[in-house]
Design a protein around this ligand. Structure first.
Ligand SMILES: [Zn+2]
Length: 114
């Protein structure tokens, strides 16, 4: 279950950011996570709830914004949504090499209290 170690990293990074502005607590954290980032969203929610205990985030509202993975077909250039690496282009049945969004995992914003 690697979601827990990801949750711990997210909490640690948020605390570093908050300390940099001399905050004492974090009230809101917004994460941006791609549907193909390799994250199980429900598992991450549970992991974040556990990981934020006894940290600056313990009362924080944590919002996860999902970013739908998109690719474009190598053969015809059609752009389409994907949820796995095996779906061919719906337009021409061709394949693709690059997922241009949907693999991100980042802290979009946080609200710190001083
Ligand atoms: Zn195509």
């Amino acid at each position: 279950m690697h979601e827990f170690s990801i949750a711990v990293s997210i909490v640690e990074l948020s605390e570093i950011e908050a300390r940099a502005v001399k905050a004492t607590a974090i009230s809101r954290l917004v994460l941006e996570i791609g549907t193909m980032a390799g994250i199980e969203f429900e598992a991450l929610d549970t992991a974040l709830d556990a990981a934020k205990q006894h940290t600056m985030l313990h009362n924080a509202e944590i919002v996860v914004e999902k970013v739908q993975a998109m690719t474009s077909c190598d053969d015809c250039g059609h752009k389409f949504e994907i949820n796995d690496f095996l779906s061919p282009c719906p337009q021409c049945g061709g394949y693709y090499n690059e997922v241009f969004c949907g693999k991100e995992l980042k802290i979009k914003s946080l609200v710190a209290e001083t």
